[in-house]
Write a protein that binds this ligand. Structure first.
Ligand SMILES: [Zn+2]
Length: 271
């Protein structure tokens, strides 16, 4: 009798394992076909997030922790520079400036968490300017300020930097002064090989953002994916759609790719 039950349980367990793995395999087969991915190739992928720290950054960190993924966050340093808010609030300013100070302090806590959880922190400059259009003095000032604020959070030398709009990187031949200034302040520029185009509201529905990444990857690209955790025009806002759906996108990406740290592609960034 005991043996019978033992056999029954074994058969049950084995069949559930088979069912789960075949469902998973079937899903990946579906996605490989959907995105026309080569069947015999696995890609290497690194996730990066711009324009934060945003209100949804903690949610994104929770997902990355669960998935054991090490990402890079390119921080817009004016979002974690709480001094101006502190002064306004102290001046006996209105309630909203004190509320802003509180939110800024929360973002600084999140910045500490990003570092603590082993992600790489890079600069996205102090202001979201088109850097190639800045005067030499203003260009130096924004890069310098960003370095002052983020220095305690850098773990590599050189530290990673990503230019807003990629301006100064795409067009470095015509505007070499931007990359030159980054080098002068000890930064290495990190571009991107793939983009979710998640900043564009037109893409914030269905699986459009995932589709963008998968199509670019399956056409044969390895490298860094550009996503966003903040909104540069609004210091307190986060990229709600990306944070809400990232957990669904990761298993699909995993069908064809392994997640790697940025140092896999940039040896200079081994910490
Ligand atoms: Zn940006």
């Amino acid at each position: 009798m005991f043996l019978f039950f033992f056999r029954l349980i074994t058969v049950f367990l084995l069949s559930s394992v088979f069912l789960i793995s075949s469902t998973f395999a079937q899903d990946c087969h579906y996605y490989r076909t959907k995105y026309n991915c080569p069947t015999n190739k696995r890609f290497k992928l690194h996730l990066s997030f711009d324009d934060g720290v945003g209100s949804v950054t903690p949610q994104i960190l929770d997902i990355l922790k669960r998935e054991h993924i090490s990402a890079t966050f390119f921080i817009l340093s004016n979002k974690v520079d709480c001094q101006p808010y502190r002064q306004q609030c102290k001046k006996g300013g209105n309630q909203s400036s004190c509320e802003s100070l509180k939110l800024c302090q929360q973002r600084r806590q999140t910045l500490k968490r990003i570092k603590r959880e082993g992600h790489l922190i890079g600069s996205h400059s102090h202001q979201h300017y088109h850097h190639s259009k800045l005067s030499p003095a203003k260009l130096q000032a924004t890069i310098r300020r960003s370095k002052q604020i983020l220095q305690p959070f850098f773990t590599t030398n050189p530290a990673p930097f990503r230019l807003p709009y990629g301006d100064g990187w795409f067009n470095q031949k015509e505007q070499p002064q931007v990359m030159k200034a980054l080098k002068q302040y000890g930064f290495i520029h990190i571009g991107w090989e793939m983009s979710g185009f998640d900043w564009n509201e037109k893409n914030q529905h269905g699986t459009k953002i995932l589709d963008n990444v998968m199509k670019q990857m399956c056409s044969g690209r390895n490298g860094t994916v550009l996503l966003h955790d903040g909104v540069f025009e609004n210091e307190h806002e986060g990229r709600l759609f990306t944070a809400k759906h990232l957990a669904e996108w990761i298993p699909v990406m995993r069908c064809v790719a392994d997640f790697v740290p940025l140092s896999y592609f940039k040896k200079e960034l081994r910490n």
